[in-house]
Write a protein that binds this ligand. Structure first.
Ligand SMILES: Cc1cc2nc3c(=O)[nH]c(=O)nc-3n(C[C@H](O)[C@H](O)[C@H](O)COP(=O)(O)OP(=O)(O)OC[C@H]3O[C@@H](n4cnc5c(N)ncnc54)[C@H](O)[C@@H]3O)c2cc1C
Length: 333
């Protein structure tokens, strides 16, 4: 029995926060199962990454060439899985692994499970948990088929940190490595233009109230947008939305231009994981609040003392005008 942990460092060899959290999970489970841990790295930054986590595992392997395409990532994962002979394969639930790992599991004759929220290796067997039916039902299960590949959600364990020394990394060459796609370059928005920040401590949610007619006519959608962006830039919080607010654009109503359906939290939206959440101008209806499943500390600002948040869905409800609250808050942060 052995565990392979897969990671994709950046070109400088840096590993993301999610990766370090998942590595900590792999190490903990390897200890619980009393089994060796092997780390498989993909991409040019493999050596620096391996050195930075040298005390995390007993063996290190890498596939050097990786351009981020599905075909090459899948070939790299498959080669590392086959070479390691591992029974269990752990990887952080990041975009490239979400695409490549299920395909690699298939090619290696194994099986993959996604959205894993808890893993334990007690009493010699591996058991995992994940949520079903839009985070309403939690299931715990195990599998007999091997290799069993798991995509781990963020936040299961605290990020790994350990000593860094130079380590030997065994290079692996994948088969069938040619991709028809060629990546010509990467264009990404500037840090401030990106409003979805999975690593932020705070989720700030805006609801449809921000664009509704207000008692003070100066409090319109334009001002709402300025207040929200100012807060996001200062606090570096992640931006969520209710469905009503992001749907408004299609009805021709005033919208917040930086908001899209990707920001939507809830039953038909995302279920982000953050330590704290602050909801503003959002009613707190069940289909929305179900997306707050993993937000530990919840606060809301609403004019209506009878809104959904008041019915046990928030720890603190400020019955107040969000325009006034955010103006004051922006002076403080
Ligand atoms: C099958 C199904 C799936 C759904 N999935 C989702 C989902 O994934 N996500 C989701 O969000 N919704 C979802 N919904 C819709 C959900 O039920 C609600 O309709 C929606 O969340 C309401 O959005 P809201 O709270 O922003 O808007 P509203 O209900 O219009 O509430 C606006 C709130 O703003 C407050 N307000 C106004 N002005 C101010 C001010 N100045 N200061 C403070 N507060 C103010 C008002 O008091 C009000 O409570 C779903 C519905 C269905 C039927």
């Amino acid at each position: 029995m052995s565990i392979l942990f897969l990671a994709i460092p950046d070109e400088a060899g840096k590993l993301s926060e999610n990766t370090l959290q998942s590595l900590a999970t792999a190490r903990r489970v390897a200890g619980e199962l009393n089994t060796p841990l092997c780390v498989g790295l993909i991409g040019g930054g493999f050596q620096k990454a391996a050195d930075s986590i040298s005390s995390a595992a007993t063996t290190f392997m890498a596939v050097e060439k990786a351009d981020g395409c599905f075909a090459t990532d899948t070939a790299a994962c498959t080669a590392l899985i086959k070479q390691s002979g591992a029974e269990f394969v752990f990887a952080p639930a990041e975009l490239r692994f979400k695409k490549a790992l299920p395909a690699a599991a298939f090619r290696a004759g194994g099986v993959a499970d996604t959205q894993i929220g808890a893993v334990k290796g007690a009493s010699g067997a591996l058991e995992v948990e994940r949520w079903y039916y839009r985070q309403r039902i939690k299931g715990a299960f195990s599998r007999t088929r091997r290799p069993w590949c798991l995509l781990l959600e963020a936040g299961i364990d605290a990020p790994y940190s350990g000593s860094a020394v130079a380590v030997d990394v065994k290079l692996v060459t994948p088969e069938g490595y040619e991709s028809k796609s060629k990546i010509c370059g990467v264009e990404s928005p500037s840090g401030d233009a990106r409003t979805i920040r999975p690593e932020a401590k705070l989720l700030f949610v805006a609801g449809a109230g921000w664009t509704k007619k207000q008692a003070n006519p100066a409090n319109d959608a334009k001002k709402a947008g300025e207040l929200i962006l100012d807060f996001l830039n200062k606090s570096k919080a992640s931006l969520g939305s209710s469905k009503s607010l992001v749907d408004q654009g299609t009805e021709g109503d005033a919208v917040l231009p930086f908001m899209s359906h990707l920001n939507q939290v809830g039953q038909t939206g995302a279920t982000p994981r953050h330590q704290k959440g602050l909801s503003t101008c959002c009613h707190g209806e069940e289909p929305h609040v179900v997306g707050w499943r993993f937000i530990a500390e919840r606060r809301a600002v609403n004019l209506n003392e009878n809104c959904g948040w008041a019915h046990g869905k928030a720890d603190v409800l400020y019955v107040a005008d969000a325009f006034e609250v955010m103006e004051e808050l922006n002076k403080l942060v």
